[in-house]
Design a protein around this ligand. Structure first.
Ligand code: ZN
Length: 325
């Protein structure tokens, strides 16, 4: 039986906020490149780890053989937790997609290709970090109901572990490692009913790097407005906006204003923005209202960037405006 996963459907997540354009390229710290060991393949070579958000598995209560699958998922979540994942099984539920959610169900969409022999399809999604690395964001697992009547329960258990491996960022490893086939082989293998040495190398590494991912996620926010006011025979520039570091929700983000690439001013977000705090469910000061300097004669480009106080590689360009005096 094949466990297929349509590679073409591996989706990259649309950028969540306004900080998409012009992300600064910065090398990930050395720990991102720490050897993860052999016997596993990542879904995208840029993946460095899991989301720092809690990972929660939900099962659709109407899925085929839900009570059996529920028991298996509960055990799998415990095993993954022991491997270092901040993961738990929430039981039955059909919540919307969100960071950290792994949603399991059954349906015809899982029975694609190969004459309906596919066991399941998993749609993992990842999100990109500044510098082009990526982290696992969420996943959807769709089991094929035809599977349940044709195959024994050990295969169902193996199938779920295999699909969870995809949900967490592993692709197929079809070669033997340490003399054995892996759970992430393209097909389930008799005798391979749990994660093997190569699978474990990959899973532990992905789990371990969640803390690195946490520090590398860039601020989100907005350069809302540029204005100016007369001071004698000059014009003072004012810039306003907000910035939030989702994984450090009370941290003040460092804002930098440049003119034609030259730094005019740098300051933390010190302004209380109740609207931002309410919308993003954070506390603390996340607004900025700066007077970084005077307008220079001629036409110049003024830009705002936001940098994490936790890791300077976590940086976002909030955009630019051209002003002519
Ligand atoms: Zn697979």
């Amino acid at each position: 039986m094949r466990l297929t996963r349509p590679a073409a459907l591996l989706a990259t997540l649309a950028t969540l906020a306004t900080a998409a354009a012009g992300l600064t390229i910065a090398a990930a710290p050395a720990s991102a490149r720490a050897a993860r060991g052999g016997g596993n393949v990542l879904e995208n070579s840029g993946i460095i780890g899991e989301t720092p958000a809690p990972q929660v598995i939900y099962l659709n209560r109407h899925a085929t053989k839900a009570s059996t699958v529920s028991r298996m998922l509960a055990a799998d979540a415990k095993e993954l937790h022991r491997l270092g994942f901040n993961i738990r099984y929430a039981g039955y539920g059909t919540p919307k997609a969100a960071e950290g959610r792994i949603r399991v169900t059954s349906g015809g969409a899982g029975c694609v290709g190969d004459g309906g022999q596919s066991g399941a399809v998993t749609y993992p999604r990842w999100q990109y970090l500044p510098g082009g690395k990526a982290y696992m964001y969420d996943a959807r697992v769709i089991m094929c109901p035809a599977f349940f009547t044709r195959y024994p329960s050990w295969e169902l258990a193996a199938l779920l572990k295999h699909e969870l491996g995809h949900a967490l960022g592993l692709d197929h490893e079809n070669s033997k490692y340490d003399g054995k086939y892996q759970m992430m082989r393209w097909t389930v293998t008799p005798g391979i009913t749990d994660y093997q040495a190569g699978d474990l190398n990959g899973l532990r590494w992905l789990a371990r790097n969640a803390s690195l991912v946490k520090s590398l996620v860039a601020p989100v926010g907005r350069f809302e407005r540029a204005s100016w006011s007369r001071q004698g025979n000059q014009w003072d520039l004012h810039v306003t906006g907000w910035a939030v570091l989702a994984n450090y929700p009370t941290a003040q983000v460092k804002i930098t204003v440049t003119r034609d690439g030259q730094v005019l001013a740098t300051a933390p977000t010190r302004v209380l923005r109740r609207d931002v705090n309410k919308a993003r469910k954070v506390t603390g000061d996340h607004g900025f209202s700066l007077t970084p300097g005077v307008l220079a004669k001629g036409t110049h480009s003024y830009c705002v960037t936001a940098t994490s106080p936790v890791n300077k590689a976590a940086k976002a360009n909030f955009g630019c405006t051209k002003i002519t005096v």
